[in-house]
Design a protein around this ligand. Sequence first.
Ligand code: SF4
Length: 462
Amino acid sequence: MQFWGFMTVATTKGTKTLQYQRALALGEVPRYTAGLQVRLKSGVRVYLALSALELAFYFEEDLALHYDREGRLTKVARPNQYHRRGLSHRGLSTRIRSVEEGGGIERHALSAEDTDALVKAAHEKVTPVWEELNAGPITLEDAKPGPAQALAEIVPSVARAAEFDLKVARRDAEKFHSIYGRVAVLPPDQYNSLVLQATEGCAYSCCLFCELYSGVFYGRKTADQFSRHLQDAIAFHGEALCARRSVFLGEANALTLPQGDLVRIFGVLRDHFEFPPHGDEHVPANWWLGHKTRFDGVSTFLDAFTGPHRTPQEFEELHNLGLRRVYLGLETGDDNLLKWLCKPATSASIAQCVTSLKEVGLVVGVIALLGAGGHDFAEAHVRETARLINELPLGRNDFIYFSPLVIYPNGRYAEQTKALKVAALSAAEMRSQEQAIRDALHFDEQRGRPHVGHYELESFVY
Ligand code: SF4
């Protein structure tokens, strides 16, 4: 049996623990249910913080390493900059630019070498912490709730994190790819979902601007195939499932499945997971937190050109089975631009689709595509998109996202705009376009104001 000794214990809470984001003592951060501040033999001080979501190592030198409950590195943070690492071993860097640099946020995907280096560097920082905890005795400067309990809860998680070297990280990512292929994108409020793929790829895949699923054959899983996929995913996520809030049914358009097939898919979900009954006001918002089988509902994408094929009764049936949120790529309210983008929807079909979703009480997210159609369509795009969004019965729980167009250098959109000499909007012009649409929006006071935010493809990593 392992014994962890300690030499000094528990100072006054909040006076000696390291700071959390310079504003709060780490010992006082409510979500960290267990915490240990240790001083290593080298003199380095580190606060180990455990929550239902993660284990975090806060080093005195303003470095924080975050691991999920399976011991996978998820984030490396320094002031004004952090790197996220997805289950896919894809890394993303985010940096807040200084005032001298013009301000704003800068994001870029990390190269494979940089992501490898991130894992290696984190492993080198975590290893001595584990070695000293394992060997004992160790100097404890603070323990929450108390030394024995904090050690018992935290040390096993430190051991897992210390095992996560580059070899383990690569093997883990291979396993991820064998289950998922890849996860192309999620709405920003769904980054924390458990993704399960009822379908693969996109059933249409012809929108001019979209390369998300190019090269991926569209495929539908039977209920049996989905069940095996779900069990593989559950085993892969392991303890980290405690941190996943919703289930996201992928990929691009799972709702293209016939109703009977979807009902069977929801049956598989309900065999394994619990969803709170919709409309039950007694269920607390964090009902799911810390449970591996509880989720606050199922979310998915829908296209306006496939949505109307489902009757309100069918949506109602899915709602009763756990469907809660539906995200729709509206792109624009301008029918001419929709046609030009080869998206077989109209503003009327989008309005009809959103209305039928809202009628059965589903939360809806709509995504407008900034910069679509370049300067040629800009005026109509702003006017018609604002008009369409204003027509939609959106309310306080719904989402309006603005997604800047990404032009892939060898993609179809780039080819068409080059051939037709359509000038693209710059990043600043896209920001102005967003502002112009926002300025023209008005919301129903009774229904409330939807959340309005950004949906950036390059800020996504799963
Ligand atoms: S925008 Fe949606 S429907 Fe169009 S190709 Fe992309 S995923 Fe498919």
